[in-house]
Ligand binder design. Sequence first.
Ligand code: ADP
Ligand code: DP6
Ligand code: CO
Length: 331
Amino acid sequence: MEKYRGICRAHTNIALIKYWGKRDDELILPMNSNLSLTLDRFYSETQIRFSKDIVEDCFQLDGEWQDNSEVEKISRFVDLFRQLAQVDLACEVISYNHVPTAAGLASSASAFAALAGACNQALRLDLDPLALSRLARRGSGSATRSIFGGFVEWQKGSGDHDSQAVPFDDANWDVGMVVLALNTKKKAISSRRGMKHTVATSPFYQLWPQVSEKKLLEMKAAIKARDLDWMGETAESHAMLMHATTLSADPAFTYLEAESLKAIEAVKGLRQQGYKAYFTMDAGPNVKILCPYSQSQAIIDALAPEFGADRLIASRPGPGIQYLEAFSEQK
Ligand code: ADP
Ligand code: DP6
Ligand code: CO
């Protein structure tokens, strides 16, 4: 094995209580604490190598070398680790997304958690998971949570030193998500840009931090009670609060598409048929359905005629980051 090389897998996570808005853009400190479920089915695998034979930082994603602006994001993030390790070598990053990129399925979460883990391994920093969570945060806020498996809370903290994720519940019970991948094209407005514009211009945003903290308390109680209906009602309500802030931004915008609204109605229809199915949506048109994992196949069968079976994917709760010796099977 080369001297400075690390490979890490991290799973994506979907927030039930959303992170939407930063109080510090540079450090990526969130306006509100938030909570997610890590998913088994979607992940990124990332390798980093540091070597004096590498002329300048470079980054390949899904087999394609990325342009300067993408490399810059990686470089700035890796700098945090280079500083800690007192290493001044250029790096090569190679990553595979087993999740659609930039489509609202949280590729930035698995991406920066995996890269953080890979850096930790390559530079033998031996950082504990909390420290790694704080560093992953600097790449993308949602990545803070992807260090851990199951239900994870990102505590907003008071600064860089304590804005980190903590495992909340291992989700080792009958819970899961069905992802309805309606449109996996790259979104027009990144999460970063969307939330910044919202914070700056929506007159409703001032309500967000306080309402979110209250919903978070409810969500935590609902998870501890394993009460999926309560969890689902809280998740739906909080997701719509987020989308209301983008609709009230100036100029207004939305990540919802016509089919997303149809899917929301379909999920409500499932409940009338007796399923415990609740939707959530992030910065993209795709709809995620919280449900008992045991009902996921029946839910897929029920939605397939309208949306197509190939666009419906069931996932169990996923684990935290894993260090690898090699990439798993490539796409
Ligand atoms: P998403 O909803 O997928 O998280 P974002 O707008 O938050 O969308 O982030 C998408 C961006 O994350 C991509 O444009 C890219 O810059 C970065 N990204 C995605 N996957 C990777 C990866 N495997 N390694 C490094 N960066 C990645
Ligand atoms: C709607 O973590 O992708 O998915 O921190 O700017 O990289 P940056 O944004 P990102 O935003 C995620 C927003 C969300 C809600 C959530 O995951 O909590
Ligand atoms: Co993201």
